[in-house]
Design a binder for this molecule. Sequence first.
Ligand code: F6P
Length: 342
Amino acid sequence: MRIGVLTGGGDCPGLNAVIRAVVRKGVASYGHEFVGFREGWRGPLEGISRPLGIAEVRGILPRGGTILGSSRTNPFKIENGVERIKENLAAQGVDALIAIGGEDTLGVATKLHELDVKVVGVPKTIDNDLGATDYTFGFDTAVNIAMEAIDRLHTTAESHHRTLVVEVMGRHAGWIALHAGLAGGANVILLPERKFDIDQVAGYVEKRFQHQYAPIVVVAEGAHPLDGQMVLQNQEVDSFGHVRLGGIGQWLAEQLEAKTGKEARTVVLGHIQRGGTPSAFDRVLATRLGLQAIDAAHEGDWGKMVALQSTDIVRVPLAEATRELKTVPLERYAEAEVFFGS
Ligand code: F6P
């Protein structure tokens, strides 16, 4: 077979490890050929590709980003998008696709499968918000980056008796905030899944100062107060209908400073969480998902997403995996709450 590989949506560490595993096993064990489609769905939509063989994937295991490039292109929002993809696949002699992406990229893969495109999906995202898989690769690396930042912020916050608010990514899921906050010993963690009471947060912050320690408040970009809205960077939506989040950290610091009388500053970690080399956990997960994806393609098991369940890599229907976002259950939040304010 000649198989096209693409990476779509926001990049994350581990994408290259998947590409490498797919190509290495696909060529060596099965004798398949590969084509790398550039920039997510824009590649097959516009017929932009590059060679992808063993030579092209050498040395990429530890590299962040994606050698194929990425974009948030939605072919279903473009006139004749699906027909153009089908034509370009035929023109390049491509029999099937392995799509590596999050809810948007795999949502497109789900619909294309229903329209007879042969496709296998691989879940990625730092947000860890895809259903049917226990973890997505990229998440562990992002959490470790945020945890290290929190560790560093503890010492400087204490030197200056300041509140430091750390805003992390995650869109509408609080996984990064929850895990980085727990691992970093945050004083308070605020998630999109549970609206917060600003007076209660100020109370936790004051209590922490009473113990002679400075508080670190970890806030997910999608978190919002009981009587307020999510803070947006602007009103624009991308081709999947997403707004750009960010700014809640600054708002929170201003509120906490006013309510506690103690200086409060904000650190927005932003894309640092998505950059650089993947953690060992993410390299192994990405590699195992890549191996399972090429097995699925070789067997003609189309319309599946490979997934981590417990310690096994399994296959689940793409439709099931993309049905709804996996958000943080409130009982997981309750575990973190034990440490708030103390
Ligand atoms: O989905 C990954 C993610 O990093 C989110 O956490 C964040 O809200 C979004 O992408 C940012 O997207 P962009 O890089 O397009 O601004």
